[in-house]
Design a protein around this ligand. Sequence first.
Ligand code: ZN
Length: 446
Amino acid sequence: MLKELWNDAEGGFHPAGAADFLPESALRQVQLTRLRAVVSRAYDHVALFRQRMDERGLTPSAIQSLDDIRQLPFTVKTDLRDTYPFGLFASPLGEVVRLHASSGTTGKPIVVAYTREDIAVWSEVMARTFACCGMHRGDILQNAFGYGLFTGGLGAHYGAEELGATVVPVSGGNTDRQIMLIRDFAVSALCCTPSYFTHLIERAGELGVDLRALPLRIGIFGAEPWTDGMRDHIEAAAGIRAYDIYGLSEIIGPGVASECAVQEGLHLFEDHFYPEIIDPETGEVLPDGAEGELVLTTLSKKAMPMIRYRTRDITSLITEPCDCGRTLRRMRRIGRRSDDMFIIRGVNVYPSQVEAALLAVEGTLPHYQIILTRDQGLDQMAVEVEVTPEVFSDKVRALEDVRARLAKAIEHILGIRVILRLVEPRTIARSEGKAKRVIDRRHEGT
Ligand SMILES: [Zn+2]
C-alpha cells in the first residue's frame, strides 16, 4: 500500500489533505450540500442560469439528491463568450479580487472571476495537487508556467505556497536562466507544459548540464495533452517522475485533477468539482467507466459558479480504489481534446494520436508539427518530425528505415497516409508555453 498522506518534511499533516481520504458516504454528503448551495447561488444571481431553469420549470429545490443534477441545463463555452465580459458573475465586483482570461482561438477571450474565498479554494486544490505528486514543505518548486492572465502561473504559485513549498516564480521562457536556477537553487520540483520541458531537456544537454545528476525529482505537467510515450521520454531524459495535472480556466484553472504516485489516472478533487461523463451527441449521462465528454460542476465557487460545464474533453471515470489510498475518483488521462481535433479526408485526427505513433518509433525526437494543406481540393497532411543526430548523420538507409517505420505506425493508428518529413534536430520552432502542433493552411488559397 502506497498510502502517502500529506506530510511535510517533518511528518506534520496538513488538515486540508484529509479531504482526499474521506469515506465515500461523507464525500457524497459534502457534494450534495455544496451542490444545493451553488445551484441556489447561481439561480439567484446569474440571469442566464435562472432563465434556463425557469424554461424547464425548475427551481433550486429540485436538487434533492446528487442524481438530480441531471435535470439541470448544461453550460457551454459560447455562454462565456455571449455574456462577455462579466455576465456570468454571481458576486458583485466589490467581492471579486481577481480576474483571469483565456485567449481562445477566435475573437474575445473568456473571462473568469474569483472572490477571496475562491482564491483560497484554488490554493487548497493546487496544494493538494502538489501533494498528490509527492511534493511537501521543504521542496523548491520552479514555476515555469506563464504568469499573467493565464491561470497556470498564479494558480501553481498560490498552491505551492499553501503547501509550504518554496516557490521560484520564474514564469515561462529564458531557458538558459531556468537551467541555471535549477542547478544553483537545487530545485526539486518543476511545473510547466510538457512540450516546454522537452525543450528544456534538450537545451540542458547542449549546455552540458545533466538533469539526471541534479536534485530535480518531480515534474508537474499540464495545460496541453501529452502521451505516455512523452512521459517515458521525459522521465528517462531528466531522471524525474513526470505527473499529469488537469484543469481549465472556466472551472478554476489548474487544480481540478492530478495524478498520484500510482500514475494510473488523475484524482478529481470532487469535493469541489463534481464530475459527470455524458454522451457528447445526446447529452445523456453515461455509467461509470464509459468513455464520453467530461462535464464539471463547481461545488464551491462563489464569483462564477459553473453548472454542468461541458469541457469538450473526452475521458472516463475510474471508480476502483487507488493504491495511494485516496478515495477521490479518478479520470483517465485526456488524450484527446475536442478543440484540438481536425478532420482530414473525412477522418477525425487528434495530434496526440500522431505523437503516440511518432514516439513509438526509435530514432525520433519529441519535436513534431502537423501541417495541413489543400492541393486541388484534396486535403494533405504532412508530419514534420525531428530525428536524432545519429539517424540524421547516418547513411541514407537509416533515414529511410525510420521513415518506413513511422509511415507504417501512423497509417496503423490513423488509417490514412501522410507525407513525412524527417528533419534535423532543432529545425522545428520551440514553444515556451503551449506548443502549436498543428498548422492549418487549407484556407490560404494554395
Ligand atoms: Zn492515487
